[in-house]
Design a protein around this ligand. Sequence first.
Ligand code: F6P
Length: 342
Amino acid sequence: MRVGVLTGGGDCPGLNAVIRAVVRKGVRDHGFELVGFRDGWRGPLEGLTMELGIEQCRGILPRGGTILGSSRTNPFAIEGGVERIKDNLAQHGVDALVAIGGEDTLGVATKLAEMDVHVVGVPKTIDNDLSGTDFTFGFDTAVNIATDAIDRLHTTAESHHRVLVVEVMGRHAGWIALHAGIAGGASAVLIPEQPFDVEKVCAHVETRFQSEYAPIIVVSEGAVPVEGGAMTLVSGEKDAFGHVRLGGIGDRLASEIEARTGKEARAVVLGHVQRGGTPTAFDRWLATRFGLQAIDAVADGDFGTMMALRGTRIVRVPLAEGTGELKVVSPEEYAEAQVFFG
Ligand code: F6P
């Protein structure tokens, strides 16, 4: 059997670990031939392939990014896209695909599976907002990077008696902010799921300065102020590609805090630093196990499934389960991060 592999959407640490596991087990245990498709769904759409054997995977386990490249190409948004994919798979003799990606990439995989394309999905995103799985790989690395940044910002904030606003990734879900905020001892965590009241944030800043240290406020890029609140902040502006612009909310919140409280405030936007570099041991472990299970699913002919972590077990769930509703932070989980806020 000839099996294609692709990585789509925003890159994330651990993608290479999945590829390596798929290839090694595919070749050694199942006798498959593997072929890499470049740049997400653009690969099968345009017939862009690369050799993908054990040799190509040597040394890639600790490397961030993806040796296959990535893109946000959606074949369903291109006329005749699906037919081109089917033609190219046939032309390259590819019997099955392992698609590694987030909501959009696996959304395409879900639709293709319904159209009889043999595809198995592996969930990835630093945002950890895919349903069906307890964790996605890349998330732990991002949380560790953000936590390290928060640790470092404590000392400079205290030295200068400043407010530090740390903006982390998370357009729709506040998982990175929640986990890094708790781990880094942030005094407030603001997430997209729960619109925030700027007056309350400023009151918190004043209280912190009176009694304790300089406050560190962690804010998800997708967090928004309460509707009708006094704040004139606008979040979620889109750029020319229709993507939500990064950096907006942290800067605006810091300016607003300075203006209202008279305390010096600085914003730090972590941005793509959270997606780069070597994966943590947890993410390598999870990504490798996803890869091993995905190629077994191909061997079993269990198409239309996605690998998922449930507790400590990797299970197969229908692809649609992972690409349905996003997994967001519940009010109970958020409450845990709020105990020091106020
Ligand atoms: O979905 C992962 C993610 O890193 C989000 O947290 C972030 O909003 C987005 O991708 C950034 O996308 P891009 O790399 O296309 O700017």
